[in-house]
Design a protein around this ligand. Structure first.
Ligand code: GLY
Length: 303
């Protein structure tokens, strides 16, 4: 098979002055993931490496630079899934991991379990050679200010916490490798001012991320609660299996999200034949694609 790699860097009203940073971020992620695919590596390794790049880039709501929760802490969720075997690894509500997707990958590869949360996830990561960090190491001044401003407004006017204009900058990747296997990975800091312990869609199998060679690989971004209610990544993958093109299904999934639960967000979707789709109903979405014949990236708009 000819490899394919598709990444996203969140769907929201990306401000003009952050467009370049988003484009650079998704392009770097593509470069890292493509290196793996290009040397014959697996789609699983490729999505992990692509997501690590975006977790390390403080532009995005993943890893360092993520949104802060109501207590002013970073709390991260991530999932990775392999389409050939349906093995998956997820972490939720972790506060001391720079790259939660690395811990998720260790769970996939080295644990009989699929999902760990909070201190248990961090203990698993440490026991498997992943260094823990301080929560303060994940916090940047931009996010301290964003939370301060949000909480100041909230006291007066109850802003819509889930407005599409607010960042849902979750990152994700889907890939197809030369062996014909697909994989998906998603990582997030979740929503601004979230309640401590709140878990979103990103790290839940079938909601924020899914991969099955027989259907498709999907990564979603956006307001997590509506996506969870529809188990949207699995919903989309199943439609690909019943014969629809990923391009149509991604658009259909986002329409369904809006029509059924008034949700907003975006999705990338890829099947084991290399056919893909990108869709969102937020003002903007950052994405990048690489195949053997083309390399594209963009901040697509939805008026
Ligand atoms: N989609 C990210 C979240 O809601 O946590």
């Amino acid at each position: 098979m000819d490899p394919v790699l598709l990444v996203h860097g969140g769907a929201w009203a990306i401000p003009d002055d952050m467009v370049d940073a988003h484009l650079n971020g998704v392009r770097h992620a593509i470069a890292a993931g493509w290196q793996v695919l290009n040397r014959g590596g697996s789609s699983l390794d490729a999505v992990e490496e692509a997501v690590v790049i975006m977790e390390d880039d403080q532009t995005f709501d993943a890893g360092r630079g993520s949104f802060l929760n109501r207590d002013g802490k970073v709390q991260l969720d991530a999932l990775i899934m392999e389409g050939a075997t349906l093995r998956a690894g997820g972490v939720g509500c972790v506060e001391h991991l720079r790259n939660p997707i690395r811990a998720a990958r260790k769970i996939l590869s080295e644990s009989p379990h699929v999902y760990f949360v909070a201190e248990g996830a961090e203990r698993f990561a440490a026991e498997h050679g992943i260094a823990l960090c301080k929560n303060e190491d994940l916090i940047i001044p931009r996010e301290v200010e964003r939370l301060r401003e949000f909480q100041a407004h909230a006291a007066e006017e109850k802003p819509d916490l889930f407005a599409a204009t607010l960042s849902h900058d979750t990152v994700g990747a889907v890939a197809l490798d030369a062996k014909g296997d697909i994989a998906a990975a998603t990582s997030t800091g979740g929503t601004l001012n979230k309640a401590p312990g709140r878990l979103g869609d990103s790290s839940l199998i079938g909601c924020g991320c899914y991969a099955d060679n027989k259907t498709a690989a999907a990564s979603t971004t956006g307001w997590g609660e509506p996506i969870m209610k529809l188990v949207l990544a699995k919903w989309a993958a199943d439609r690909v299996a019943s014969g629809s093109l990923p391009e149509w299904v991604a658009a259909e999934a986002i329409n369904y999200l809006q029509a059924r639960v008034n949700g907003h967000g975006g999705m990338i979707l890829l099947d084991a034949r290399g056919r893909f789709g990108i869709a969102h109903n937020t003002p903007r979405m950052a994405w990048a694609l690489k195949t053997m014949s083309e390399e594209r990236s963009g901040i697509s708009r939805q008026e």
